[in-house]
Design a protein around this ligand. Structure first.
Ligand code: ADP
Ligand code: MG
Length: 463
């Protein structure tokens, strides 16, 4: 053991490796690693997460070169699972939970998500969220085919339907099914899985092009990352439309993987033929495997989804309450889940029994009136500015979109009966981004009459 200085070495290795690993992965998986020992063959670290080593597999090369840089020799990088460490981590999460319990309502609502925290930490280098599993997916008529297709692909990756193209409206379970394929393989096979949204793919591509490096070394790193996997999952592919460099890179990645018999899964809010400005050669690739659409769930399925959530949380929810919530929140599953979380958080906070009347109170239900959710606010803001809802959720930085996005976040924070976590999920942005937008618009509105007027008009449509 080189007890004394191994920590210093590890610290330097961390610094060296940080630039090669996406920040969320680095913080969830790499930072919590604890150095154990090293000799002339290997560098040993321990982890409290069972999945860490699987999920950091893609970064072996990065670790090797960091170790070489710091220690001057080529050592194997080895991660072992340590149960004690795992217990300490769980205790930390528990004490955070208790802290939250003592604070106000908003925090309690957040608290509902603390239980996801452990799961989130399991979110891997593969970028998978372990909450998305086949077992948690309620199969209604509208998603039966997509479910069956996804399950088959999970069992026989690269062998049956390649690519699998899942499409359908927002909040209907596309990401859930896609990530289930990944999670299934993380627990049942040793295959390398990589999940990415098309926006992240684009951002990484741009970053690699900008960084360049010797003989385009950044680009080759980027390519290697995507071409060296057994299952590639690309979410929300509709965003690539019109981005030439990206479609080209994607096409080449697709060809490479496809020829090697590797599985590709894609999702989109619409079928390939409705994605504008998609080059024909890419469109025909997307269509050559199996296309599966997801339709909104019917009332029975929505009820089943609520009952499943209640079952997991060990909450008793009377059938009339289930039916009431399922009939009010009919647009999509994301909203339905949001309503469930809000209602159960309230009931547990005030130790009240769940009845239809109490639920009406919590969700501010009025006959014939739209319930305000951030999804609904996004729809209204998009309509007002004549842009698409996707433009608001996307990362597009042009002023037009970013202003609409900030206004939507401001209004959501002000009117939607949702926790910050729920809002962040809907906007696909960080908590701090939503809070920043809220603060910025609150300040600007005082000095900018045009902005105040815009907001007043949008508010009329949501109230
Ligand atoms: P999409 O990617 O189509 O926009 P998501 O997969 O993100 O939608 O689904 C939104 C939320 O609804 C997720 O939390 C997901 O787990 C849940 N969900 C969607 N469909 C179902 C279903 N059939 N059964 C259980 N949960 C579902
Ligand atoms: Mg999605």
């Amino acid at each position: 053991m080189n007890g004394k200085d191994i920590n210093e070495f590890w610290h330097e290795i961390l610094r060296a490796v940080e630039k090669d690993i996406p920040a969320p992965t680095f913080h969830s998986w790499v930072e919590p690693l604890v150095p154990v020992s090293y000799d002339d063959t290997q560098f040993l670290v321990k982890t409290g997460h069972l999945l860490a080593s699987n999920c950091l597999m893609n970064y072996q090369t990065a670790f090797h070169s960091a170790i070489k840089q710091v220690l001057g020799s080529e050592l194997r990088f080895h991660i072992i699972y340590d149960e004690e460490l795992s217990k300490t981590l769980k205790k930390k999460v528990q004490s955070k939970k208790e802290q939250l319990n003592e604070t106000n309502l908003i925090d309690v609502k957040e608290n509902k998500f603390v239980k996801y925290e452990q799961l989130k930490q399991m979110q891997s280098a593969c970028n998978l969220n372990t909450k998305y599993k086949f077992e948690n997916f309620v199969v209604g008529a509208g998603a039966k085919f997509a479910y069956a297709a996804s399950h088959t692909v999970a069992e026989f990756p690269g062998k049956k339907y390649n690519p699998l193209f899942i499409y359908g409206g927002s909040g209907l379970g596309k990401t859930h099914l896609m990530q289930s394929i990944g999670n299934y393989n993380l627990s049942n096979s040793n295959l390398k899985v990589k999940y990415v949204t098309s926006e992240d793919f684009l951002n990484e591509l741009v970053a690699s092009l900008v960084k360049g490096g010797d003989k385009g070394s950044q680009m080759s790193k980027f390519r290697q990352q995507y071409r060296n996997v057994d299952i590639l999952l690309i979410d929300d592919i509709q965003f690539i439309a019109g981005k030439e460099r990206m479609t080209e890179e994607l096409f080449n990645t697709f060809e490479t993987l496809y020829l090697k018999g590797k599985q590709i899964v894609l999702t989109s809010d619409r079928p390939p033929k409705e994605i504008d400005k998609l080059p024909d050669r890419l469109r025909s690739r997307f269509e050559m495997g199996l296309m599966a659409d997801i339709q909104p769930p019917d009332l029975e399925t929505r009820m089943a989804i609520l009952m499943k959530l209640a079952e997991v949380d060990k909450i008793t929810m009377p059938l009339d309450v289930v039916e009431f919530i399922a009939s009010v929140f009919s647009r999509n599953v994301r909203e339905l889940e949001g309503a469930y979380n809000k209602v159960t958080a309230h009931a547990s906070l005030y130790e009240r029994e769940l009845t239809v009347d109490y639920v009406k109170e919590i969700i501010h239900y009025t006959e014939n009136k739209q319930i305000i959710t951030s999804t609904f606010i996004i729809e209204q803001v998009a309509k007002y500015f004549s842009i698409s809802e996707d433009d608001i959720i996307s990362a597009a930085r042009s002023q037009k979109y970013s202003k609409a996005r900030q206004i939507a976040m401001y209004l959501a924070k002000k009117h939607a009966m949702e926790s910050l976590t729920e809002m962040s999920e809907t906007f696909k942005k960080k908590h701090s981004t939503v809070l920043f937008a809220y603060k910025k618009i609150s300040e600007d509105i005082v000095v900018n009459n045009k902005l105040a007027k815009d907001i007043e008009l949008i508010e009329k449509t949501i109230k």
